[in-house]
Ligand binder design. Structure first.
Ligand code: G
Ligand code: G
Ligand code: MN
Ligand code: NA
Length: 253
């Protein structure tokens, strides 16, 4: 209750900001995009989502937060684009509560109109867990997003019991291999087998594959030697505030 009020105040005072974590194509060393990750700026302190998102999710606040995140992420994407930077797409996490509302397409289109951002500059991240909970309505929701040119990433892939018969019906653009499968690479034979399978699946379906949580040179090298995925993780960079994103893009070229 106290936290809820505090979040509400934080929203009124515009205390929530986005950090952006780089995603890199390893086959040509180009930037594939940045994932937008929310932070709460309380004075000098930066609070991570683990602290407040669970509370926001239990109330309808997550819906309000989600819309604010969309506006901020799209405004930033438009700004980077207008400045002439090549940055791929900004990916935006969509909470299950937002998806259940059934008006996601309208909310996204509203935000695109408000910000003047082109739909090609963003991607929506949806968790595998949500999709599997209600497959029929997920398929039609994702198809409606696809129809207007919005890319979809399946987040935390491998943790949500996807059935392969459904994967082929889902208009997915990117599979994000969950960090739990990456963290013990290259030492875990089992994780290697799982990643190999997801990469093959992605190839067969014509879907991009991204490995999350790549931290070390050794992990990066192993992934590149064997799979050439898109990589997101501390190896390339932690989530960065806006101004550092521009430095990252400049240094990367
Ligand atoms: O950086 P990290 O601590 O940033 O994020 C922790 C968790 O919070 C992740 O599971 C991530 O998906 C989630 N998260 C981060 N930002 C957002 C956001 O803007 N919206 C939603 N729904 N989840 C987010
Ligand atoms: O659930 P989702 O995949 O959206 O959350 C991404 C989370 O993973 C964020 O909290 C982000 O800060 C964290 N993260 C990103 N890269 C790494 C990494 O290389 N190592 C670890 N331990 N966490 C990471
Ligand atoms: Mn994510
Ligand atoms: Na994830």
């Amino acid at each position: 209750q106290k936290m809820e009020n505090s979040i509400r105040k934080g929203l009124e005072n515009d205390e929530f900001i986005l950090y952006y974590q780089p995603q890199v194509y390893t086959h040509n060393n180009e930037i594939a995009g940045f994932e937008a990750l929310i932070r709460w700026k309380k004075g000098d302190e930066i609070v991570t989502p683990g602290v407040f998102l669970p509370v926001a999710v239990q109330s309808d606040l997550i819906v309000e937060i989600g819309e604010m995140v969309m506006i901020k992420a799209m405004s930033f994407a438009k700004k980077l684009h207008d400045l002439g930077y090549k940055f791929g797409k900004i990916s935006i996490n969509i909470d299950n509560r937002q998806l259940q509302k059934g008006n996601l397409l309208e909310i996204i289109q509203d935000a695109l109109n408000k910000t003047g951002c082109n739909e090609s500059l963003i991607e929506c991240e949806i968790t595998e867990g949500f999709i599997m909970k209600d497959i029929e309505s997920s398929i039609s929701l994702l198809q409606s997003l696809r129809k207007v040119g919005i890319n979809i990433a399946m987040d935390d892939f491998g943790t949500g019991h996807s059935s392969l018969s459904y994967i082929k019906q889902l208009p997915i653009d990117t599979l994000k291999i969950d960090r739990t499968f990456v963290k013990d690479i290259p030492h875990s034979e089992k994780d290697i087998a799982i990643i190999k399978t997801i990469v093959a699946l992605g190839k067969g379906l014509g879907v991009r594959v991204l490995a999350e949580g790549v931290e070390t040179e050794e992990q990066k090298q192993f992934m590149v030697n064997n799979f050439y995925p898109i990589i997101q993780g501390y190896y390339y960079g932690k989530p960065l505030p806006e101004e550092k994103v521009i430095d990252f893009i400049k240094d990367f070229q």
